[in-house]
Design a protein around this ligand. Sequence first.
Ligand code: SF4
Length: 94
Amino acid sequence: MTNPSDSPKKGICRRSVLKSVPMVAGAIISTSAVAPNLFAQTKLTHDAAKYQDHPNNGQQCSGCVQFVAPASCKVVEDPISASGWCQLFQAKSA
Ligand code: SF4
């Protein structure tokens, strides 16, 4: 009869878990360092959004839901003008 404590343990042992901690920590740190760059690159360029620095048929950035005063936009790269416009215009609700 064999003693269960004599056979090699199957599954995850404490040592292997402890060895993986630095790798997991490294992955978390590298992911958090890359993430801000990913978000920073999500804004469209002026050309891609067909941005212009003047209104279009009475529509302008200051009346758009994406506008962030005084001269920024949530979806198009800075800078923009409050009196500008692009094809992504969405009117603020009244
Ligand atoms: Fe941004 Fe275009 Fe809206 Fe202007 S019109 S705030 S650039 S989405």
